[in-house]
Design a binder for this molecule. Structure first.
Ligand SMILES: Cc1ncc(COP(=O)(O)O)c(C=O)c1O
Length: 383
């Protein structure tokens, strides 16, 4: 392949759209170090002021009354299930096209994950499949706003209210995403966010947040994230240790206060530009954009013929193309006991085989994206 490639692009060492952006993200780290120094000088380590601050900011951001900081996005999901009393003997419906954490949280809470396929030309839970999966053990639905594209929440909420089920949004990709003008994280009973370094709001390790309008749920979450303690010596319910770390809360507070608008805006702009640049390639299919949705493009995904070949070619030429993910949840070895088979969820399986994602973070320029587009055009021309 390389021999055919125009020399001005071939293995251009200057062209490097990859995860080095993690280093660039905090070029203003000196300022954050000073804020962290304050935490250390005041020994404000555990559930410190920065945790209160980021909870307040996140409840504004998600437009909910309450936000509770926890150890990670995975813990946000797990603790939400526990706070709702969901566990052994219960079933929770979710999409098979998600990250392991969505399903892991259900399983570690003790409940049974029940999968649905995704919609065609979308990445999200197909509401029409939900009803046939509901039985007397079903307690909740977890829609995942995959890649930062909000799910069809009207349909999901309608089913949930008809069958008396909780809705826990996995909004780990979807901070600032909107469905019909309403923020992700405010669309169900509970919203779960991740602050993992690769997420749009990223910290220097792990962190997560739960958002809700339900005070009882918020109080329960505050209790169980901190051993069920009401004071130093009194535990009213055995719980967990999953407090949002104060140092990570400092970083999250900084990103949310100073950077998130630019991060989100550039992801949206870059993705819209890629939509334009790639639209004439017949071997590629992007999802149809909808004016009902504000997608925040945690990932820029599309379906590509010869996905693996394209991915390798892009990687060889400095573009950090990725596959999220090649095996859907129902076909994972960990799901063997749930007895699903190849072919059970054909749309998710097609995505797993043919989808690819491109970086669209805030350090990518229009020139970079044109270069990526030229690479993709070139790849399909010589095939
Ligand atoms: C859809 C989804 N849900 C949940 C999580 C879990 O988040 P965390 O890594 O903060 O535990 C992730 C993380 O990548 C994710 O992609």
């Amino acid at each position: 392949m390389e021999n055919f490639y125009p020399s001005q692009y071939l293995n251009d060492s200057k062209f490097d759209i990859n995860h080095n952006y993690l280093k660039k993200q905090f070029e203003d780290y000196e300022e954050i170090f000073l804020l962290i120094e304050e935490v250390i000088k005041n020994t404000d380590y555990t559930l410190g002021k920065a945790v209160d601050d980021i909870e307040n900011l996140m409840s504004k951001e998600a437009n909910t009354e309450f936000a509770v900081g926890v150890g990670s996005g995975t813990d946000a999901l797990f603790l939400s299930l526990k706070a709702l009393g969901i566990g052994y003997g219960d079933e929770v419906i979710t999409t098979t096209y998600t990250f392991f954490a969505t399903v892991g949280a259900i399983a570690t809470a003790g409940a049974k994950p029940v999968f649905c396929d995704v919609l065609d030309n979308d990445y999200n839970l197909n509401p029409e499949e939900i009803i046939s999966k509901i039985n007397s053990r079903t307690k909740a639905i977890i829609p995942v706003h995959w890649a930062g594209r909000p799910c069809d929440m009207d349909s999901i909420n309608q089913i949930a209210s008809e069958y008396n089920l909780y809705v826990i949004e996995d909004a780990c990709h979807a901070l600032q995403g909107e469905y019909k003008g309403k923020r992700c994280g405010s669309l169900g009973d509970i919203g779960c966010f991740s602050f993992h370094p690769l997420k749009n709001l990223n910290v220097w390790g792990d962190g997560g947040m739960v958002t809700t309008n339900n005070e009882k749920i918020a109080n329960k979450l505050k209790l169980i994230r901190n051993h069920g303690l009401v004071d130093r010596n009194t535990c009213i319910e055995f719980g967990y240790n999953s407090r949002l770390d104060t140092i990570q809360a400092v970083v999250a507070r900084y990103v949310l206060s100073h950077k998130i608008e630019k991060i989100t805006e550039s992801r949206i702009q870059n993705s819209h530009l890629l939509d334009e640049l790639l639209k004439d390639i017949p071997q590629i299919r992007t999802v149809k954009r909808s004016t009902d949705l504000k997608e925040v493009f945690h990932l820029y995904m599309f379906i590509a013929n010869d996905r693996d070949g394209l991915s390798k070619f892009l990687n060889e030429n400095g573009v950090d193309a990725k596959v999220h993910y090649p095996i859907p949840m129902h076909l994972q070895p960990a799901a063997k006991h749930l007895n699903y088979n190849v072919g059970d969820f054909p749309i998710a399986e097609e995505l797993a085989l043919n989808s690819i994602s491109l970086p669209v973070h805030e350090f990518i320029s229009e020139v970079d994206l044109s270069h990526v587009s030229e690479l993709i055009h070139f790849y399909y021309k010589i095939k």
